[in-house]
Design a protein around this ligand. Structure first.
Ligand SMILES: Cc1cc2nc3c(=O)[nH]c(=O)nc-3n(C[C@H](O)[C@H](O)[C@H](O)COP(=O)(O)O)c2cc1C
Length: 299
């Protein structure tokens, strides 16, 4: 009942671990896979090891979290070891970032065949040094990244977009024209900040970070809804999904499957199983036979 096919990759259900939520090790990704997720996305990794920002990197706010991890990761060479240790019970998506199109391409070439799909992170709201949201806000650069990566990989290429743009539809269409196989909407929103009232200092070491969690769900849902009307490629919806009703809303808006991030902090890794059980009960109640029947119903 919950099986979906995304870019010709079969998944047992439409719930996917979002990028960056469970650290960088195969052990934690395998644990999520065993807990019921239909697929997993790795933490974003780049060419070289990156220590990221010093602590504090995460702070809770009403309706979610602000994080400025700074894309900390051990670099592609070391990450390949982790990819080899994935037990591949469920499809694996590698999230990669680069300083320029060439770097994206080099990383994609190095991991070709080690995963089922590649997600291009052109949308981190708090990264520095030529990567991050600055790429995703530049239509030409994003198109170039997609085209260069497509040349070297057989894996479906998904591009993950930032909502921090004037016209998300224009950017999405541009990605489709550049040849991406799918689109993930959205990365965290912002940047935002919090200030400690005792010390009068910003709480995050980086001062600013990306907002995630239920607070961003309406924005993510609107992005999915708008982009679905304009593109033909499938969409992964992400942003504040915490229970099965959130998942249903994203499917109705036009997502073919959904990623879950911050809700793992609230609900634990059981969140995948809980959302799937809720979805099954809902579909039974409504006489819906397959997830694909739900996709885009709100249009
Ligand atoms: C602690 C943390 C780390 C994240 N790291 C990444 C990352 O490495 N790459 C990426 O593309 N998105 C990253 N994200 C963004 C999430 O994948 C997701 O797009 C965003 O949090 C919105 O979904 P949510 O509200 O379900 O968390 C991160 C989010 C959080 C909270």
């Amino acid at each position: 009942m919950l099986e979906v096919e995304f870019c010709n990759i079969k998944m047992k259900n439409p719930t996917i671990l979002a990028a960056g939520i469970m650290g960088s090790t195969a052990a934690s990704l395998n644990w999520v896979a065993r807990s019921g997720a239909g697929a997993i996305v790795t933490k974003s990794f780049g060419m070289e090891a990156n220590p990221g920002y010093p602590n504090p990197t995460t702070v809770e706010v009403t309706g979610g979290f602000i994080n400025a991890i700074g894309l900390s990761n051990p670099g592609v060479e070391s990450f390949k070891g982790e990819l080899e240790r994935l037990d591949r019970q469920v499809p694996a998506v590698a999230s990669i970032y680069g300083a320029d199109p060439q770097e994206f391409q080099d990383i994609a070439a190095q991991i070709d065949g080690m995963v089922d799909m590649i997600e291009l992170n052109v949308s981190c709201p708090h990264a520095s040094g030529g990567c991050g949201a600055s790429v995703g806000q530049d239509p030409q650069l994003t198109a170039q990244v997609i085209k260069t990566v497509k040349k070297v990989t057989k894996n479906p290429v998904i591009v993950k977009l930032t909502p921090n743009v004037t016209d998300i539809v224009e950017i999405a269409l541009n990605c489709q024209n550049a040849g991406c196989d799918a689109i993930t909407l959205i990365n965290s929103v912002g940047p935002g900040m919090r200030i400690d009232v005792e010390t009068a200092q910003p709480i995050l070491h980086n001062k600013f970070g990306g907002l995630s969690g239920p607070a961003i769900k309406p924005i993510a849902l609107r992005c999915v809804y708008e982009v679905y009307e304009a593109v033909n490629v499938p969409i992964m919806g992400v942003g504040g999904i915490t229970d099965y009703k959130d998942a249903v809303e994203f499917l109705f808006a036009g997502a073919s499957c959904i990623q879950i991030g911050t809700a793992v902090y609230y609900e634990g890794i059981d969140v995948f199983r809980k959302i799937c059980e809720g979805l099954e009960r809902y579909m039974g109640r409504k006489g819906i036979k397959s997830v694909s029947e739900m996709v885009g119903r709100a249009h």
